[in-house]
Design a protein around this ligand. Structure first.
Ligand code: AP5
Length: 279
């Protein structure tokens, strides 16, 4: 199952993609999240991307295509994947075709005047990337993620002026991608101007049309959720080329891991930090 969730900024791609990925056990690749992680890690790619993102412009194809290709090569996508926010130009769609095929593109349609309103209420989790809305999908505790208890924040590019710029970029550069997939018979439109649950239901219907066997898989996942089987937050995938602290053999505070335990398994005393004496 190789899916693309398509639509303008704020259409609900991230919200729906994470729900679908959980129910269908698919790998979720969110291009905006990958770029924000690179910006937060201050990598050279992140520094290059940041100036475009701050202005609401699209990051050059050469940067984003490499990110997706690396991610697909290094992650487990056996059951399939959902691309959220990629491709956004015809050039990206053409390059994507060089390394993988796409089965279905679901375009979430929302009138533009609704989108700006959604941006003011969006809150995102700094730790796991979960998306909330203060009116339409509020967290149980204000500013705390239900899933991982991480802090919620407002994205820098959710300022109204930047959102308008993002919408302009969508009209000029991303809308032509609709034709690209329509001509190839892979496109389905879904009305996104409904409640979050209703949009999710319609997206699933479109998926069942193509893969009827998916309905049983989703029913099983939904039953497990209802029965209260703990759903672990999806593991954050590493950014290709960047080693995590664990991969570097370092602990939470950056000390080498083996410092923490002696040979007998006893925890070793932390070195004390002594403030320098003032002269
Ligand atoms: P990215 O993070 O992908 O931003 P985007 O496409 O503009 O989409 P958003 O994340 O803003 O919205 P969404 O559709 O995921 O909606 P969400 O579910 O959050 O990209 C950021 C930037 O990175 C781009 O501007 C660009 O610079 C760069 N970039 C990314 N990909 C690129 C690429 N391929 N090429 C070049 N550059 C790239 O929902 C929005 C809000 O609405 C939430 O609060 C949610 O709770 C709420 N909501 C969702 N559904 C509903 C509903 N049905 N009713 C009411 N509220 C709803």
């Amino acid at each position: 199952m190789r899916l693309v969730l398509f639509g303008p900024p704020m259409a609900g791609k991230g919200t729906q993609a994470s729900m679908l990925a959980e129910k269908l056990c698919l790998l979720h690749i969110a291009m905006g999240d990958l770029l924000r992680e690179a910006v937060a890690a201050n990598t050279s790619l992140g520094r290059k991307a940041k100036k475009y993102m701050d202005e609401g412009a699209l990051v050059p194809d050469a940067i984003v295509v490499g990110l997706v290709e690396g991610k697909l090569k290094t992650s487990n996508s056996e059951a399939g994947f959902i691309l959220d926010g990629f491709p956004r130009t015809v050039g990206q769609a053409e390059q994507l075709e060089q390394f993988t095929e796409i089965d279905l593109v679901l375009s979430i349609d929302v009138p533009f005047d609704r989108l700006v309103g959604r941006s003011t209420g969006r809150r995102s989790c700094r730790k796991c990337g979960a998306v909330y809305h203060i009116d339409f999908k509020p967290p149980r505790k204000p500013d705390i993620c239900d899933r991982c208890k991480g802090p919620l924040y407002r994205r820098d590019d959710d300022k109204e002026s930047v959102v308008r710029e993002r919408l302009r970029a969508y009209e000029a550069q991303t809308q032509p991608v609709i034709n690209y997939y329509d001509l190839r018979g892979k496109l389905r439109f879904v009305d996104g101007d409904k409640s979050i649950d209703e949009v999710g239901r319609r997206l699933l219907e479109a998926i069942y049309d193509k893969w009827p066997e998916a309905e049983a898989r989703v029913a099983k996942a939904e039953a497990a959720m209802k029965a209260g089987v703990e759903q672990k937050p999806p593991k954050k995938e590493a950014i290709p080329g960047i080693k995590t602290r664990r991969q570097q053999g370092r602990g939470r505070r950056g000390f080498p891991r083996d410092r923490k335990k002696k040979a007998g398994g006893q925890p070793q005393k932390k070195p004390r930090h002594r403030p320098k004496k003032k002269k």
